[in-house]
Design a protein around this ligand. Structure first.
Ligand code: NAD
Length: 357
């Protein structure tokens, strides 16, 4: 028996999750494995119910599940709350408590949407990149950090870039294993010419590769060059593995190759246990209007099946169904080509994808 926690959250999180759960139920209904799906509140919705954005019962459910599907959290209603109980705290809490050190952000250009990118179609068509970002270490967490005032009144701000060998080894394993499910090529991105810490990063990645992954092609790139290559010639990449901060920046660049934020799924993993969520937020401007694109969340379900349950065929079936609706010209408002194009609502888009499964 496999257990999946569904945490819809706030705003459009609720709407897109509802469609994604229908897709999930449909693809697992004939599976050998039994799935139990349980829902719990998170974010502002949970705050309203319990006074905290991540209630203990929700955290416990996430901990005892094999995978978590999360919608989105946040909204105007909760913006004046103290930081400690803001909806977004729930995300940090879940990442930390589940030790989700490996963030996977795919950037795949669907042929039918190639013209939606800000880059030329011939540059981006065929792009299919997976950015593997270390998520719980590096300069965002390193100590010491802070802003001090010196005796002469000058202020000094500082953060520390720290990685230990085990932290680099585990993310390197994640990247090579991810590449095995794809085109078997990894580019490790660092700044080894300037930062000692990332010189260690490079050496450890080389060692892990040499000892365990002779079937995977490994190369290295400095982060400044990687940023340039992503917009110059993105097709050259398969898997990119990098540190927390470099990954933060590069995954945003990579995602924008594809057009709309409503299309982008993500996974945060610790081994095969993972939290899957769309990249977008709760979109208060369109919440409750049946306008949100559910595809990012539906593709997050595909990632869950692939990375937590090794159900690649089912994951592919979802991806094909999404490609099908796009090829048939069906669009939600965020990916429509102009104001004259007729668009589908969240529920209708969900139904069209279900029909094609
Ligand atoms: P957002 O991603 O919610 O919205 C940005 C823009 O993209 C909006 O115009 C929105 O309408 C549009 N958009 C987003 N998702 C869409 C979808 N699926 N279909 C169609 N259009 C879509 O970002 P924001 O406006 O900066 O933040 C809104 C709230 O969400 C804030 O409270 C923020 O803190 C929160 N947030 C949460 C997460 C998360 O839960 N992971 C991530 C980012 C922001």
């Amino acid at each position: 028996m496999k257990k999946i926690a569904v945490l819809p959250g706030d705003g459009i999180g609720k709407e897109v999750t509802e469609e994604a759960v229908k897709v999930l139920k449909k693809v697992v209904e004939n599976s050998q494995e039994e799935f139990e799906i349980e829902q719990a509140p998170v974010g502002g919705t949970a705050y309203d119910l319990t006074g905290t954005p991540l209630p203990e019962a929700t955290l416990n459910l996430a901990k005892e599940s094999d995978a978590v599907l999360l919608g989105a959290v946040g909204g105007l209603k909760w913006e004046s709350l103290d930081y400690s109980v803001r909806p977004e705290r729930a995300l940090l809490g879940l990442r930390k408590e589940l030790n989700l050190y490996c963030n996977l952000r795919p950037a795949k250009v669907f042929p039918a949407l190639a013209s939606a990118s800000s880059l030329k179609e011939e540059i981006i068509s065929g792009t299919d990149i997976m950015v593997v970002r270390e998520l719980v270490g590096g300069i965002y967490f390193g100590e010491p950090k802070g802003v001090d005032t010196l005796p002469d009144g000058t202020q000094k701000g500082y953060n520390t870039l720290v990685y230990t060998t085990p932290e680099i080894e585990r993310i390197a394993h994640s990247a090579f294993q991810t590449a095995r499910l794809r085109d078997k090529r990894v580019v490790s991105v660092d700044k080894a010419n300037v930062l000692e810490c990332t010189e260690l990063w490079r050496n450890v990645v080389i060692k892990v590769h040499k000892e365990h992954y002779s079937d995977i092609e490994l190369s290295h790139m400095y982060v400044d060059n990687a940023a340039m290559q992503l917009v110059r010639s993105p097709k050259q990449f398969d898997v990119i593995v990098t540190t927390n901060m470099f990954g933060d920046i590069l995954s945003d660049i990579a995602s924008m190759l594809t057009g709309s934020i409503g299309m982008l799924p993500s996974a945060s993993l610790c081994g095969t246990k993972g939290m899957y969520e769309p990249v977008h937020g709760s979109a208060p401007d369109i919440a409750g209007q049946n306008k949100a694109n559910p595809i990012a969340t539906i593709l997050s379900v595909a990632m869950m099946l692939k990375y937590s349950f090794a159900m690649e065929k089912e994951a592919e079936a979802i991806e094909k169904a999404v490609e099908g609706v796009l090829n048939d010209g069906l669009r939600t408002i965020d990916i429509a080509s102009g104001s004259s194009q007729e668009t589908l609502g969240t529920v209708e888009m969900g139904e069209e994808i279900l029909k094609r499964l």
